[in-house]
Design a protein around this ligand. Structure first.
Ligand SMILES: Nc1ncnc2c1ncn2[C@@H]1O[C@H](COP(=O)(O)OP(=O)(O)OP(=O)(O)O)[C@@H](O)[C@H]1O
Length: 599
């Protein structure tokens, strides 16, 4: 059995009692089924006896026939009840395993580092967590549970047929090698087909997800036809693989059915001759045929089991591939919770690259203590957000160190570090939940006054109280009911609630108008009075009050000082300030470089 299937079976055995009961019920169903051919054979012989003996022993024979008939009914009832129980318990176990796997998968997605999420698209992960996981789950009820009944039925019926009459038994089982060959071929090809099908489903999910997220862009740029053709291509390919799968399955079923029917005809022909010659009773031949009929259902089912096994092998491999990953960023074995004394954040010769061989940051040095503000400015792509991502250890530095009060952040536990570092990101993502829940996301037990206080700091309180259910108002999917600036202010409020020791604002006021931004800034200055604060911005008015400003270019610090010192130095910062205060407040350092120094 492939390792993936062994693992799935292992998961089912986390419920040993349920599995044992289901197996016992399967066993009961198989035994009851196996009793039927013999009973039927006996009934035929008894009826035949009644026919040839005439009235001589009619009462006795009729009684015997009735007893056999009662046994047939009893065996049928037992088989029905046991089949129902094994089906019910099998489904129960598989649902429990599905639930466990879903939880493990979701937990793993939370554990895995940003580097992993950069590499694998969320659409692919959604497919693995839903469709592939389902493929692994259904193997338990559709593959593992019926297998015991099938093996028992096949083994016992074959043995009975061979033991009663070897030649007739061999004729009856002649279909087995052909069926095994057809099944083996089908199983191998199906595994490949299922894998490709799952990959295509991931591609479809990805396209659909991207389209829903970017529906405004698609509509604005009339991209409907292009997106439709992209989706259609993947969908047509997936359909082709589905056809391929169905064809493979039905081809194998056809081989099995034809060879089975040929064997059955052989049994009738050879057995008929024996009955005619008086060397076999009609009842024995009937029992033979009944055994073969009994095998017909399982043989059809075997094709389905092979299909379920092939699907589970490819689907399970995709699920376990994610579950087996170790997060690149994890607590060191001897990590201790962060216990900051003063709360001084220091970058010492920090180098970083997202991928090997492509350096993004080089030799970054700075220090920011409690009550101090560091401003970071630089052209787009110069590495400002990357600096912000390194502080809560979304990624680890590739050179140098980041310390808090002299302790390397790689030596402290991740939860304590991330609790200590508050990051208000560029993209103001909001959950589909109430305003209050969104603001208090980092601390769901925050008292109302803290939530309201944070909203007031972010200058969004007035707007919230004007909404139909103020703090209970639901924010639409991804916060579409709010404007860009309102979402950014919500995001600032959310960053302020937990009251972390280091606050980082990554271009988090870009969508807010200049007047409101000034008010946010003043309120934030008060709220972050005792914290180490980092402000990343293109608009210099957002960070000119900072104690220290660093100017980044291509991942390196090219200028450093406070606003007055930088103006005096007359470098790119001074040029940008000139440009922004003269005309264009949204001008960036890229514009300065493009334009050259303003006149
Ligand atoms: N997850 C990532 N994987 C690989 N490269 C990345 C990743 N994120 C950013 N980069 C690259 O790192 C460089 C710095 O990006 P970063 O987002 O830090 O710039 P930035 O200065 O914040 O830009 P902006 O002002 O536009 O926000 C860019 O060249 C970018 O393409």
């Amino acid at each position: 059995m492939p390792r993936v299937l062994q693992r799935i079976v292992g998961l089912a055995f986390h419920y040993p009692w349920l599995v044992s009961l289901a197996m016992a019920a399967s066993l009961g169903a198989a035994l009851a089924s196996l009793a039927l051919p013999r009973l039927l054979g006996r009934a035929v012989d008894q009826a035949h006896g009644l026919l040839i003996q005439g009235v001589a022993h009619a009462g006795e024979a009729r009684h015997a026939l009735l007893v056999t008939a009662a046994f047939v009914i009893g065996a049928t009832l037992v088989r029905g009840a046991m089949t129902m129980w094994s089906g019910y318990l099998g489904e129960l176990v598989s649902q429990k395993v599905g639930h466990d796997l879903r939880l493990q998968f979701f937990q793993q997605l939370q554990r895995l580092s940003f580097g992993f999420h950069d590499r694998i698209h969320s659409g692919d992960l959604v497919t693995r967590g839903m469709l592939d996981l389902e493929g692994a789950r259904v193997f338990i009820q559709g593959g593992l549970m019926p297998i015991l009944t099938l093996v028992l039925l096949l083994a016992f019926a074959s043995w009975q047929m061979l033991a009663t009459d070897l030649t007739l038994g061999l004729i009856g089982l002649a279909f087995v090698p052909f069926s095994a060959l057809a099944l083996g071929r089908m199983g191998f090809l199906l595994r490949v087909t299922w894998l490709r099908f799952q990959e295509l489903m991931a591609q479809l999910t990805l396209t659909m997800e991207e389209n829903l997220q970017g529906i405004r862009v698609v509509r604005a740029f009339a991209g409907k036809a292009f997106e439709m053709s992209k989706f259609d291509r993947a969908s047509v390919d997936a359909l082709a693989y589905s056809y391929n799968r169905i064809t493979l399955r039905f081809r194998a079923v056809a081989v099995m059915q034809v060879t089975f029917n040929a064997s059955m005809a052989g049994v009738l022909w050879y057995g008929g001759h024996k009955v005619a010659a008086g060397t076999m009773s009609v009842g024995t031949l009937t029992a033979y045929l009944a055994y073969m009929t009994l095998l017909q259902g399982p043989i059809r089912q075997i094709a389905m089991i092979f299909n379920a096994a092939a699907r589970a092998t490819s689907s399970g491999a995709r699920v376990f591939e994610v579950l087996d990953l170790e997060p690149e960023i994890a607590d060191a074995p001897d990590a201790k919770p962060l216990a900051p004394a003063k709360g001084v954040l220091r970058f010492e010769s920090v180098d970083f690259g997202y991928v090997p061989g492509k350096q993004i940051l080089t030799g970054i040095d700075f220090e920011v203590g409690p009550g101090q503000t560091l401003g970071i400015v630089g052209p787009p792509g110069s590495g400002k957000s990357t600096i912000a991502n390194l502080i809560p250890r979304f990624y680890d530095v590739t050179g140098g160190t980041i310390t808090i009060d002299g302790v390397d952040i790689r030596d402290v536990t991740l939860p304590s570090l991330r609790e200590y570092v508050g990051l208000v990101q560029q993209e103001a993502f909001l959950f589909d939940s109430s305003i209050g829940h969104n603001v208090a996301y980092a601390d769901p037990w925050a008292e109302e006054e803290r939530i309201v206080g944070a909203a007031k700091t972010a200058q969004i309180h007035e707007h919230i109280v004007g909404l139909p259910a103020d703090y209970e108002t639901r924010v639409g999917e991804r916060g579409v009911a709010l404007s860009g600036g309102q979402r950014q202010r919500m995001s600032i409020a959310r960053g302020v609630v937990p009251g972390p020791g280091v606050m980082i604002f990554d271009d988090s006021t870009a969508a807010i108008d200049a007047v409101t931004e000034r008010r946010v800034r003043d309120a934030l200055a008060e709220a972050t009075r005792t914290k180490a604060t980092i402000i990343i911005a293109h608009r210099l008015s957002s960070l000119m009050h900072a104690d220290q400003i660093i100017v980044l270019d291509d991942g390196m610090v090219v200028e450093r000082g406070n606003h007055a010192q930088l103006l005096k130095a007359g470098g790119v910062y001074a040029d940008l300030y000139e440009l922004q205060s003269r005309s264009d407040a949204s001008a960036t350092l890229e514009d300065v470089t493009l334009e050259g120094a303003p006149a």
